[in-house]
Design a protein around this ligand. Structure first.
Ligand code: SF4
Ligand code: SF4
Length: 130
């Protein structure tokens, strides 16, 4: 599967997807996985790493990037599921404009392949990518 994925995506480690003034939000499973990965009490994880606004839980942003970014993701096995979806987001399959906009943000996506060919490989990869 990894070989097939490489036809459409190979991460360039540019870090763009971990930069910005906000991060993806975490659901309850994400929070549990992160706490397990960090091996810290949940209160400490919330206080040290998370930005909580009402019901929305995000990761803190430090120096314009996610607090867990340091030349790559430092919590890879514990990262939120939405991080794992990037950049092969399922919305690509429903609208060519989504592929184009993700291509503009992510230099790791194959830029030469047609939309149809890209989608056919993405469909074959299925939803279970890690
Ligand atoms: S934007 Fe794309 S190429 Fe850059 S780090 Fe993120 S996934 Fe990798
Ligand atoms: S958790 Fe990891 S992959 Fe997700 S935004 Fe933070 S550094 Fe990037």
């Amino acid at each position: 599967m990894k070989e097939m994925e490489k036809k459409i995506f190979s991460c360039r480690q540019c870090g763009h997807c971990c930069h910005g003034e906000t991060t993806v939000s975490l659901d309850e499973n994400d929070l549990r996985r992160l706490v397990d990965f960090l091996k810290l009490p949940e209160e400490v994880v919330r206080e040290r790493y998370l930005r909580i606004t009402g019901n929305v839980i995000q990761m803190k942003v430090v120096d314009g990037h996610c607090i867990f970014y340091n030349q790559g993701c430092t919590v890879h096995p514990g990262k939120p599921w939405r991080c794992g979806q990037w950049p092969l987001h399922p919305s690509i399959l429903t609208d060519p404009n989504n592929l184009e906009s993700i291509r503009q943000s992510c230099p790791g996506l194959n830029k030469d392949m047609s939309y149809e060919e890209f989608c056919s490989i993405l469909r074959e990869l299925g939803p279970a990518r890690g």
